[in-house]
Design a protein around this ligand. Structure first.
Ligand SMILES: [Zn+2]
Length: 300
């Protein structure tokens, strides 16, 4: 029996609220009881986020599951960090879906009382990664459904303005492209063709800086703040823009929250299993004038 078994649920929940997601998953791994506690805690946390937006979180999670859609933005970022560190409240939610799946999500939200206020095609966003954006509101809550140009929702996510928000929460899993950098409250600006609106990108970056993130344009920026052992190791550190990354590499965090009784078919398999390669855009670490431009390619 685990040594934590005699603790009250409130104490265990408080202990979990102090832990990063990787620490929670490490705590869960060696013991079935720990795993059950952690999964219950994560599912409660997920429901607590979603209940702020929808009447029935499990209905939305079912819709996400069958359409391989995911939640990204602030809400997914909060999931990576300890709950006690996330004092910022989310009033909007971003759902990333595919052209074949977004209508299911849309109908689900319309039935929940949301009103569609905007349906813009990608030329507004000048992004080849995004087909359209549908904006819905209900009271003081708003949800954007961002429809990917391909059948992979990671394409727009890896074009985001910075590494801080390259995360997603699906019905049964969590993914982060730069988990180690992000839990240090650091982020690199991504030079992507998606980020052509300088003003809105600056606003988005300021939001995360206000929340305590150091968002920089060059990977070597933090060297002068750290001791020499932690200086940027060019081409070795996985956040170096010179590196070509893949969603299945060791630099990504991929946590699957197993749900008993649900077996994903090949068609509805979790997006976390889909392999994508990318290169972060931004300033080169060594040559002042050299710039990298975001490259994202779907392998499957
Ligand atoms: Zn480098």
């Amino acid at each position: 029996m685990t040594q934590f078994a005699k603790l009250a649920l409130e104490i265990i929940t408080h202990m979990f609220s102090l832990m990063y997601l990787d620490e929670l998953m490490a705590f869960a791994s060696p013991c079935r009881t720990h795993r059950v506690w952690v999964m219950q805690y994560l599912n409660r946390r997920k429901d607590n986020y979603l209940i702020q937006f929808v009447s029935n979180p499990s209905t939305l999670l079912d819709a996400l599951r069958i359409t391989s859609s995911v939640i990204s933005g602030s809400l997914a970022l909060q999931f990576l960090l300890p709950a006690v560190n996330c004092s910022w409240g989310a009033i909007d939610m971003d759902i990333y879906s595919t052209q074949s799946g977004y209508e299911t999500i849309l109908i689900n939200l319309l039935l929940d009382g949301y009103t569609m206020v905007c349906n813009r095609y990608s030329n507004y966003y000048t992004s080849f990664a995004i087909n359209r954006v549908i904006k819905l509101v209900k009271g003081n809550r708003s949800i954007d459904i961002i429809v990917s140009q391909t059948n992979n929702v990671l394409l727009p996510i890896l074009h985001f303005h910075s590494t801080v928000v390259m995360n997603y929460l699906s019905a049964d899993s969590f993914f982060s492209a730069y988990p180690m950098l992000t839990i240090e409250y650091r982020g690199l600006i991504n030079r992507s063709p998606y980020n052509t609106n300088v003003r809105s990108t600056a606003r988005a970056l300021a939001k995360y800086q206000y929340r305590g993130f150091s968002v920089q344009s060059r990977a070597t920026h933090w060297d002068k703040e750290d001791d020499s052992d932690r200086n940027h190791r060019c081409e070795s550190d996985l956040y170096c823009p010179r590196n070509i990354r893949a969603t299945l590499d060791r630099g990504c965090a991929r946590y699957c929250f197993e749900q008993p009784g649900i077996i994903a078919s090949e068609e509805t398999a979790d997006v976390c299993n889909k392999s994508v390669v990318w290169q972060l855009g931004g300033e080169d670490c060594q040559y002042e004038d050299l710039r990298w431009y975001t490259y994202v390619h779907t392998l499957l």
